[in-house]
Design a protein around this ligand. Sequence first.
Ligand SMILES: [Zn+2]
Ligand SMILES: [Zn+2]
Ligand SMILES: [Zn+2]
Length: 450
Amino acid sequence: MAPRLERFVSPGKGNGVRATAGIKRGELVYSAEPLAGCVSNKVARDVCHHCFTRRETLLRCSQCKMARYCNSTCQKQAWSGHKRECKCLQSLRPRIPTDSVRLAARLIFAMLSPSKSSSEDLYSLEEHESHLSSMSEQKKQGLSQLASMLELYLQQGVPDHAQEMTSALPPSCREPLSLIAKVTCNCFTISDGELQEIGVGLYPSLSLLNHDCRPNCVMVFEGTKLQLRAVQDINPEEELTISYIETLSLTEDRQRQLEDQYHFTCHCQNCDSQDKDRLMLSGEKSTWRLLKEALPRLEALKAESNWQALLESWSHLLSTVGGEVPDENLYKLKMTDMALDASIHLGNWEDAVGYGEKTLPVYRQYYPDPHPAHGVQLMRVGKLQHYLEHIEDALDTFKEAYQIIKVTHGDDHPMTTELLMKMEECRAEMVQQSSETQPHKNLCIDPMLM
Ligand SMILES: [Zn+2]
Ligand SMILES: [Zn+2]
Ligand SMILES: [Zn+2]
């Protein structure tokens, strides 16, 4: 881990990470490749299993018929990590184990043939929490099923795995149930530029970071490489925090999710003050309650990609009660976002830009610090405005996105490069437009001034 960080015991939270020197907003605090990682099952056909790039056409592993790669270079580089997994996958075909089972197996393979030194890690897997003792019986049962699946999966592919594991793995990682519990509690979701889940990975040192509903750091990915950046100025000895969950939700819902998934009660400032709850529930309860009740149905339609039905439901809701609910209302915001997704999928660009523009002032209120979700939303809306030739609006939106993305993603990230190119395109188009309509002013225009 970088020299400006150290491990410490955070009061009331156990292990944590703090700064040893001041860290400025936008600074890269830490960057790491995963100890083990795998592409999520739901995108397994669309993403390269080596570099995690999304592509239209991918080569398929001829043996397991599951792993897919950009080209033979990615396939060759992936082979040492995929060799044992490939056998396991073949043995279970056509069944494919869940993401957490595949990840746990990849972790075991990585530990059986360690290639990189992990000496600089602040935190090792042995120390990871499994939370088994504080878990509900129901949850433990679910994990037991995954552990049996893991054993079955390993048995076929690595017949002598029990002996091998005993000699190569630390005691706390040998027992399948405890290993699966550690993996599910400590894995990170790897997302692409649009913040869509593409995989899961284990980054042991980063599991030390504690949660805050208004964190001072955010994580973004470049392929499988995790980058941790400060989104606030951090003082020496101040604790570094990230958010484990989607922060755009009510205090009560955040706390329930943190308790269920991560086994602790959040006492952060946002939770104690219930900051933003009132804003999220703005409007008359009698009207937004109908949106709240309809939300699961619309989410199900979204999950099925049933965009037409989703938009019809939304127009119906909008005409009955939606108009009376302020845009800041959380349920209305979620639905407007879904209507944006649906309109994009159906190619209704005018509608999409309308929905997108409605969400921007609301995002500004809910994300006081630079946040990837806010940056990505601005980029989506900017691209729609650009496509519809609302060039000046697009440039303004891209500029606002840049103020966020340069902090959350840094100057070298492909998203930042893409954004700078979009801004250049807008500027060039504006120069061209004004030269077409106002030929005399053409000579005076300095593109740098726009
Ligand atoms: Zn690749
Ligand atoms: Zn294979
Ligand atoms: Zn909190």
